[in-house]
Design a protein around this ligand. Structure first.
Ligand code: F6P
Length: 319
């Protein structure tokens, strides 16, 4: 291959910039030209791309977000949008694509490869850690630490004012962020999409805990299940305790990537370039059981399987 292109698509995740840096510099080191595509699939459709070199990615390793910009591109779901994206690929002699993103990005890359035969390798980046078959996505460690810092702060006011808090975290249909912050934050309960919750049981535990002298209670709620305000209202009505709702929202998506997110991104950037140049396609690179590996897009976009019970049970034992 003489020329490849890199893009970021879907929701941004801290560490995407480190992944771009790695792709560009590893590409240059392998003697291949790397084009940067702006705003994901939109950039291919609208010819928003330019050649990147070693210097194009200076000073970005510690920055959150993505210098390539990103968006969820609905136009790419249309026949016309896909054809225009392919026209750009042909016009610029792009022989392979590296797509940095999550499930939605990989589903799109899979379709693009199936339809036009353009080799695509994905790099799993999403705060949700919801890509099936790989240990961790770029950005999830940073988001979890951001949410954890917020939970620690909430704990201070929760214990001081002896209140119940329901803290809603991101994660779309996956409970990974919620489980991770609930465990690390010493939270008393967690509500996630993977396990059916019982509001009367949660309230029973809170009241029982109160009788035993427990003075604060934090319930972490994954956004895919319900709204924090609704759960808070229910708990308050059933227990008659003072409750507050907090929705952490997009602060979880920003900020300086942690060392874990950066290292992951830098390793995976190289792995993506190496595999694309070796003729591999239609798969996402990621760590699998601690080793760099790759998972077919078709498997990566399925519902993430992980040991939910191990986290959930430990949170309950330790609460
Ligand atoms: O997929 C990442 C994510 O942050 C999810 O956790 C969340 O549901 C979604 O993106 C929010 O998307 P948007 O920024 O488009 O509102």
């Amino acid at each position: 291959m003489k020329r490849i292109a890199v893009m970021t698509t879907g929701g941004d995740a801290p560490g995407m910039n480190a992944a771009i840096r790695s792709v560009v510099r590893c590409g240059c080191a392998s003697g291949v030209e790397v084009m940067g595509v702006f705003r994901g699939w939109w950039g291919l459709i609208n010819e928003e791309l330019k050649p990147f070199n070693h210097r194009s990615v200076s000073g970005i390793i510690n920055q959150g977000g993505t210098i390539l910009k990103t968006q969820r591109c609905h136009e790419f779901n249309t026949e016309e949008g896909q054809q225009r994206a392919f026209n750009t690929v042909k016009k610029y002699d792009i022989e392979g694509l590296i797509v940095i993103g999550g499930n939605g990005s990989f589903a799109a890359a899979h379709r693009f490869y199936q339809k036009y035969g353009v080799p695509c390798i994905g790099i799993a980046a999403s705060i949700d850690n919801d890509v099936n078959g790989i240990d961790m996505t770029i950005g999830s460690d940073t988001a979890i630490n951001t949410a954890l810092a917020a939970i620690d702060n909430i704990r201070d006011t929760a214990t001081s004012m002896e209140r119940v808090f329901v803290v809603e975290v991101m994660g779309r249909g996956c409970g990974y962020i919620a489980l991770s912050v609930a465990l690390a934050g010493g939270c008393e309960d967690v509500i996630i999409p993977e396990i059916k919750y019982d509001i009367s049981k949660i309230c029973h535990d809170i009241v029982n805990g109160n009788l035993k002298g427990k003075i604060s209670w934090i319930v972490v709620l994954a956004e895919g299940v319900a709204k924090a305000a609704d759960i808070t209202k229910q708990i308050s009505e059933i227990t008659s305790l003072e409750c507050r709702a907090v929705t952490l929202g997009h602060i979880q998506r920003g900020g300086r990537p942690t060392a874990v997110s950066r290292d992951l991104a830098l390793h995976l950037g190289k792995a993506a370039v190496d595999r694309l140049l070796a003729g591999e396609t239609d798969k996402a690179v990621g760590f699998v059981k601690g080793e760099i590996s790759a998972v077919d897009f078709e498997k990566a976009i399925m519902k993430k399987e992980f040991n939910v019970g191990r986290w959930y049970n430990l949170i309950k034992i330790l609460s």
